[in-house]
Design a protein around this ligand. Structure first.
Ligand SMILES: Nc1ncnc2c1ncn2[C@@H]1O[C@H](COP(=O)(O)OP(=O)(O)OP(=O)(O)O)[C@@H](O)[C@H]1O
Ligand SMILES: [Mg+2]
Length: 366
């Protein structure tokens, strides 16, 4: 799957630290702004407890989680949309990603430089969003000039686009983001084609201190970041990036000890990975038993033959049908035979839209 989640934020807030924690890729982390210039790209495993349960009920030789891509991008500063700090290049890097994971500094540490000399999460968020919005405004203005001319000639498509552009412009001028505007289905298609930075789905990550790990809600900074996200209809997650990066180096037993000592049930990282996956519109189906039980990633809305094609192009070409049981049914009935007996094993055809958690066997003939 080629979709990628971009890690975005001010310089030196812990973006690469977070990236390393989730990818174990070993990108450069340093206590100075602009340590990252060129984007780092890495694959992330999706933690999914359903795999363990399937393995328990339908044992296979191997269990293989699914993965997706993250891109760690250089820090954006005030004036980026005017070219400040290689701003245009960095904004272009953001244009390439499919969703934004916006990292906000939410820890105190006098030894770690903050580009604006103070810890103010809302100010930080607004600085970034404003730069993205100004870059969008420039793109919208350019497009408006072009489309307005064509629309005069009574071109239907141009008129529709003009209306959308005119709806977007005042929001950007007021410092807002395109994702906060409501569009109908036709308008949405037009917006998609504009590739605007502030129209990308977003998730806010509060990079908190290790001390706040056990109880992120108690972090005074997390609270304001979450409220800000809520106003945009977005989610906020707290992660102690530095501590998580250290945990990621440990083996499973050490990890469990560490988490217990910190009083943490599940690393915030896992929640962040899953939220990013959903932000990208990705879902999971499983194949189970035999050589391996495996999680596969598909885009929400994918039909059965195309999902089969993710495993092998022959499966799609020669698709006959899919035998499907929902994970929840297997979880409840505890064996494929019992699921079948309960009448919950389904035969689905080429128009079936895949559902998250489907356990599938594809029948094909080539
Ligand atoms: N939660 C945290 N608590 C304390 N220190 C942290 C935390 N997260 C990251 N740091 C430290 O902050 C510094 C900057 O981290 P990092 O290099 O990951 O930032 P960055 O956002 O990628 O910066 P750049 O924009 O320069 O690429 C590092 O010294 C790192 O160890
Ligand atoms: Mg970096």
């Amino acid at each position: 799957m080629s979709l990628t989640a971009g890690i975005v934020g001010l310089p030196n807030v812990g973006k690469s630290t977070l990236f390393n924690a989730i990818t174990k890729a070993g990108a450069e982390m340093a206590n100075y702004p602009f340590a990252t210039i060129d984007p780092n790209v890495g694959m992330v495993e999706v933690p999914d407890k359903r795999l363990d349960r399937i393995q328990e009920l339908i044992p296979a030789k191997k269990v293989v989680p699914t993965t997706f891509e993250f891109t760690d991008i250089a820090g954006i500063v005030k004036g980026a949309s005017k070219g400040e700090g290689l701003g245009n290049k960095f904004l272009e890097n953001i244009r390439q990603v499919d969703a934004i994971v916006h990292v906000v500094r939410a820890f105190d540490d006098d030894n770690i430089t903050h580009v604006s000399g103070k810890i103010d999460p809302v100010d930080d968020i607004e600085t970034i969003n404003l730069e993205l919005g100004m870059s969008d405004l420039e793109a919208v203005d350019k497009r408006l000039a072009k489309v307005a001319k064509v629309a005069k000639g009574n071109d239907k498509e141009a008129k529709a686009e003009l209306a959308v552009l005119e709806k977007i412009k005042p929001v950007l001028e007021a410092g807002g983001s395109v994702r906060t505007i409501e569009f109908n289905e036709d308008e949405q298609k037009i917006v998609k084609g504009l590739f605007l930075l502030t129209s990308k789905p977003i998730l806010y990550v509060a990079n908190i201190a290790e001390d706040d790990m056990a109880d992120p809600e108690s972090s005074k900074y997390f609270d304001v970041i979450e409220s800000y996200a809520k106003k945009e209809g977005a989610e906020a997650i707290a992660v102690a990036a530095e501590a998580e990066e250290e945990i990621a180096q440990l083996d499973d037993a050490e990890k469990a000890d560490f988490l217990e000592a910190e009083g943490v049930e599940e690393p915030g990282l896992n929640r962040l990975i899953r939220a990013s996956y959903h932000l990208l519109g990705l879902e999971t189906f499983f194949t189970a038993g035999g050589k391996e039980t495996k999680a596969w990633t598909y885009r929400a809305g994918t039909k059965a033959p195309q999902a089969a094609g993710i495993i092998h192009s022959d499966f799609e070409r020669g698709f006959i049908r899919a035998e499907v049981m929902a994970f929840d049914d297997l979880d409840q009935y505890e064996s494929e035979a019992a699921v079948k007996e309960a009448g919950r094993l389904r035969i689905e055809g080429k128009d079936y839209v895949m559902q998250d958690g489907d356990i599938v066997e594809f029948r094909f003939n080539v």
